[in-house]
Write a protein that binds this ligand. Structure first.
Ligand code: COA
Length: 256
């Protein structure tokens, strides 16, 4: 499993070698308190699409500390692309990762050949109970977040696993991630985005409701919207088959 270095820090990522070399390459970015593991079951089903799944600083197996703003995470992602010698890529992101992807498309459009926006939005205000609770009562707040993050149709075992994984980040990192979300707002800039875009959301997502995804798909020219039944905010682990299918179908027509 590969590591690279961005700034002073070791950064962990996985690489899925797609079966179609001329297809665009995708970098998948997890959300608040997550890691590359959240994309594992989707990546295994990507077939022709080559995909990197990274651990943001302070998350998973990467070193360093988490950032506190979306622009800082976007600067990190640009550093990652430089470190692995990737001039352009499709940026795919879940929740906070989707905000980072949007920021990349707005700040560095020449580096972004497309966007995959999963369970995210152009503004990501966070419930005060989540934002404040990450520091004051970490474990209870992780339980609260995971209570909201999955569809009622999703197995309790999967919810439990997600909860255990989120407990691996520090309270400071999780708080920084949610502070980054809370300050993020590009609602009035979406028309500037010109790259092909896929927007994916679960019908039962209450953290970034389907309304947020419809807004993205209406404002980003030519964007394709995929709403997935019986899935919540963690749609890519609740229904990885449908998410992988949506990505491979969309990317089949995109240029690198
Ligand atoms: N796309 C489209 N519409 C959006 C939006 C987005 N990304 N973000 C907010 N809006 C809409 C809201 O639906 C609301 O519309 P309404 O007035 O018609 O109901 C309006 O913009 C204002 O919403 P918001 O900016 O969120 O402020 P608020 O004070 O109304 O609500 C919260 C604040 C935190 C209660 C609310 O954002 C919320 O419930 N968030 C989801 C829970 C959460 O913490 N998610 C974590 C995200 S990482």
């Amino acid at each position: 499993m590969p590591y690279t270095t961005v700034g002073e820090e070791r950064v962990f990522y996985t690489y899925h070698r797609g079966s179609t070399p001329q297809a665009p390459q995708v970098i998948l970015v997890h959300g608040s308190g997550g890691s590359h593991r959240l994309w594992g079951s989707t990546v295994r089903r990507l077939g022709p699409v080559a995909a990197y799944a990274i651990d943001l600083p302070g998350h998973g197996r990467s070193g360093g500390t988490g950032c506190r703003t979306v622009p800082d995470y976007a600067a990190f992602l640009l550093g990652f692309m430089e470190a692995i010698g990737l001039p352009r890529a499709v940026i795919g992101g879940h929740s906070l990762g989707g905000a980072i992807a949007l920021e990349m498309a707005l700040r560095h459009p020449q580096r972004v050949s497309g966007l995959v926006l999963v369970g995210t939005g152009a503004r990501l205000r966070v419930l005060p109970a989540i934002l404040e609770g990450t520091l004051s009562s970490f474990e209870q707040t992780v339980e609260l977040i995971c209570g909201y993050a999955y569809s009622p149709h999703t197995s309790r075992e999967l919810v439990h696993q997600g909860q255990q994984q989120m407990l691996h980040v520090t309270p400071q990192t999780l708080h920084g991630d949610f502070a980054a979300c809370n300050a993020f707002d590009v609602m009035d800039r979406l028309e500037e985005i010109r790259c092909p875009t896929l927007v994916v959301c679960g019908t039962d997502d209450v953290l970034t409701p389907p309304k947020y995804s419809s807004f993205l798909a209406e404002r980003i020219e030519g964007a394709r919207l995929e709403i997935i039944e019986r899935a919540g905010h963690m749609v890519m682990i609740e229904n990885p088959g449908r998410v992988a299918q949506a990505i491979t179908e969309a990317l089949a027509n995109w240029q690198p």
